[in-house]
Write a protein that binds this ligand. Structure first.
Ligand code: C5P
Length: 399
């Protein structure tokens, strides 16, 4: 994603300046072209030689070279770049950026930059939390800067808290996400993905659930995101890591999933309903743990809301994709679901297929749509299946 891109890395006077070296290295390794601009104080924290060697270009600090009067043009630098990353950004530099102070090359370059600007703050927790810094950051955000939030942890001062510059690897990932989002075929589109199981409590220690691990839904969310879409993943309990760039909302019950999905769907262009939502929940949830007895015990269940069907009722011209996991008369049942839930297409996987279904890393699917089209795919990894499904989905968005 970042190959051939041109970046300016702006380094300010913070102890986190050493991390800029790693960021520059990651960018160069990814095939990006990098120029480094430093504030005069930054040179006290990391040598220009280090950053010049890693970026393969002399670093820039002064407006001109006092030896020969050669001018370092901040205007052409600002025009040259595809992205400007100020990392680390001190409270001082953030304040100057917010007010338009232009007393060093890093700042004049910022004022003349026409490209996206990223700011990775690095400071002590109280400086970061201070109303002045927060106001300055919100001014920068309003002006379109991407603020890469600092992490929490041990600070150079010895204190613990939020203010550590985000790790270079995470900054690099944020850049990758940003540029894939602005370039991919689904750029500017928003999707909701539901994934994983739900849990319906019987009492404080027991629940009803199913074998879904969320793998297929997470793979779909990752695939949509890699094609430039903005993805909200509403997830039941899983052991999986959130795919990079995806906004995840954790829920537990079908009702919580319903609330989160309905809210997110409002802002979306489409939804992929991959969650294995409980169809029934206990009619009553006991306040205390139910005691073991000697006689049979009947658990009374009531239906949950069908989220896909509810969204189908309010979909308008949004795209709605569902899944069907069947054990018999698969196509008939899948088609019935497509109609009942007002889906645009449905992805059928059969538990009868070896390698398809819960927990495994592979899946074998058939896609059925409203026009009666039927597409069968061979057994593939869930990541590859996600690619096939999103290829199919993409055809609905090409005019
Ligand atoms: O009717 P069935 O549960 O088999 O339908 C499966 C499809 O409906 C899946 O896309 C699933 O995510 C969705 N669904 C839902 N809410 C429910 C039940 C199923 O969104 N309560």
């Amino acid at each position: 994603m970042l190959t051939g891109k041109r970046f300016i890395v702006g380094v300010t006077g913070s102890i986190a300046a050493y991390k800029a070296a790693i960021l520059v290295r990651l960018l160069v390794k990814a095939g990006a072209e990098v120029r480094v601009v430093m504030t005069p104080l930054a040179k006290a924290f990391i040598t220009p030689l280090t950053l010049a060697t890693l970026s393969k270009h002399p670093i820039l600090v002064e407006f001109f070279d006092p030896e020969n009067g050669a001018w370092n043009s901040h205007v052409s630098l600002g025009e040259w770049a595809d992205g400007y990353i100020v990392a680390p950004a001190t409270a001082n530099t953030i304040a100057k950026m917010a007010t338009g102070v232009a007393d060093n090359l890093l700042l004049t370059t910022y004022l003349s930059a026409r490209c996206p600007v990223f700011v990775a703050p690095a400071m002590d927790l109280d400086m970061y939390a201070h109303a002045a810094t927060q106001t300055n950051l919100s001014i920068l955000r309003q002006r379109g800067c991407e603020v890469i939030e600092p992490a929490s942890g041990e600070l150079a001062s010895g204190l613990e808290g939020k203010g550590r510059m985000e790790e270079p690897e995470r900054i690099f990932e944020a850049l990758e996400t940003y540029y894939s989002r602005s370039q991919g075929p689904l750029s500017g589109r928003r999707f909701l993905v539901t994934a994983g199981p739900t849990r319906e409590a019987i009492d404080p220690v027991r629940y009803i659930s199913n074998h879904s691990t969320g793998k297929m839904g997470y793979a779909l969310a990752a695939e949509l995101c890699s094609r430039g879409a903005e993805v909200t993943l509403v997830s039941g309990p899983t052991q999986l890591e959130t795919p990079r760039g995806v906004k995840r909302i954790d829920v537990e019950t079908a009702e919580e999933m319903y609330q989160a999905a309905v809210e997110a769907f409002e802002r979306c262009d489409g939804a992929v309903m991959c969650a294995a939502v409980a169809d029934y929940r206990p009619a009553q949830v006991a306040d205390q743990k139910i005691k073991k007895g000697e006689v049979d015990w009947q658990l009374s269940l009531e239906p949950t809301r069908d989220i896909a069907r509810e969204l189908g009722g309010r979909k308008g011209d949004r795209l709605l994709v569902g899944f069907a996991l069947e054990t018999e008369q698969e196509r008939e049942h899948a088609l019935a679901k497509l109609q009942k839930k007002n889906l645009d297409f449905i992805v059928l996987n059969s538990l009868a297929d070896p390698g398809a279904g819960f927990g495994v890393d592979t899946n074998r699917i058939t896609i059925l749509d409203r026009e009666g089209r039927l597409e069968e795919y061979p057994l593939k990894s869930k990541a590859e299946v996600a690619r096939d499904i999103i290829d199919y989905l993409e055809t609905y968005f090409v005019s």
